[in-house]
Design a protein around this ligand. Structure first.
Ligand SMILES: NC(=O)c1ccc[n+]([C@@H]2O[C@H](COP(=O)([O-])OP(=O)(O)OC[C@H]3O[C@@H](n4cnc5c(N)ncnc54)[C@H](OP(=O)(O)O)[C@@H]3O)[C@@H](O)[C@H]2O)c1
Length: 290
């Protein structure tokens, strides 16, 4: 049995959609409607509640757990660092403890923002120095889970896009309404197509890998390049995308100049093709779009 925490979120729903037909899957939710499908059932879970975590494990008896529940709202985490710590760090420890108790393997979905995000191109063994409360809470989650488990797999990802992607839905609505969208030319990451992330996690599970992996797309792009690639693939009016500098807005918008990850080592270990941005968009279009 596979347990996916955060199964009602954007990433978790997509992971449940990928794994559901392949293995018996239970996905958790906290505040949003259950996501029962033919292939994945759902159960309510608050990871801050250690007893509730144990009781879900008692019912589900998972062999593998993908821990994708968390709060990734940068502003919320910056303004409420204690609550971010409770959800992203202590919640992760609760899940790791239950994995230890019930003998389940754990894959923790972490983030590129564990790094300082200035130079970019961070490798799996670079020392993380997060600049934001969100990144600190996720990094603490990695550390606390590692204290509990010696067979933990950490999958750091970033800029995840795919079906029901909030960012792409917003972009589509703006462009379709004929509104111009300012896109930063100096904010970079390595965007990750969510199905491709699922394939990478699948490889981690099948090969029983442990340690830290950079499960991202294979291409470092600016926000402007990312949006333009989307517009090109989906036939949107790219002239509405206006390239701008983020100068003067970085602090206000908590922008991270370069969150790109190097994933060469991970790609070698996983043996999965890592998609470029355009490849991800082509796959997304073929699967029915956002
Ligand atoms: N999106 C990205 O680009 C990205 C990149 C790297 C890493 N990640 C990581 O991926 C995870 C999911 O991201 P997402 O984009 O899918 O976010 P999301 O759409 O906001 O989903 C968050 C999920 O976590 C659940 N959740 C929140 N607080 C919880 C709690 N206390 N106990 C149990 N479940 C809780 C939510 O449940 P309800 O909605 O039902 O309340 C939802 O299922 C996060 O941990 C994030 O750090 C995301």
């Amino acid at each position: 049995m596979l347990l996916i925490t955060g199964g009602s979120g954007f990433v978790g729903q997509n992971l449940a959609g990928y794994f559901g037909p392949r293995r018996q899957t239970v996905a958790t939710y906290l505040t949003h409607a259950p996501v029962d499908t033919a292939s994945a059932q759902s159960v309510r879970l608050d990871v801050r509640d250690a007893e509730a975590v144990f009781s879900v494990f008692e019912r589900v008896l998972p062999e593998v757990v993908i821990h994708a529940a968390g709060n990734k709202n940068l502003v919320f985490c910056e303004e409420h660092p204690d609550e971010a710590h409770r959800i992203n760090a202590l919640g992760t420890r609760n899940v790791a403890r239950a994995c230890r108790e019930f003998g389940a393997s754990m894959i923790y979905l972490s983030t590129d923002l564990v790094f300082g995000c200035v130079e970019g191109g961070y490798r799996e063994d670079d020392v993380p120095r997060p600049a934001l409360a969100y990144g600190r809470s996720k990094l603490e989650g990695e550390r606390l889970a590692l204290e509990e488990l010696n067979d933990l797999a950490v999958c750091r990802s970033g800029g995840i896009f795919g079906r029901d992607s909030p960012l792409l839905k917003w972009l589509s609505a703006e462009v379709e309404a004929g509104r111009s969208v300012e896109c930063f030319v100096d904010v970079f990451n390595t965007p990750t197509y969510v199905e491709n992330l699922a394939e990478m996690m699948d490889a981690v599970i099948r090969k029983r890998l442990v340690g830290v992996y950079h499960t991202v797309g294979r291409e470092r792009v600016s926000r402007f390049e990312f949006f333009r690639s989307y517009a090109d693939t989906f036939g949107l009016d790219a002239s509405l995308l206006s390239p701008v500098s983020s100068a003067g807005l970085k602090e206000k918008l908590l922008l991270q100049p370069d969150a790109s990850l190097s994933a060469e080592r991970t790609a070698e270990r996983l043996g999965v093709a890592f998609n470029s941005v355009a490849e991800g968009f082509v796959r997304l279009k073929a699967s029915g779009g956002v």
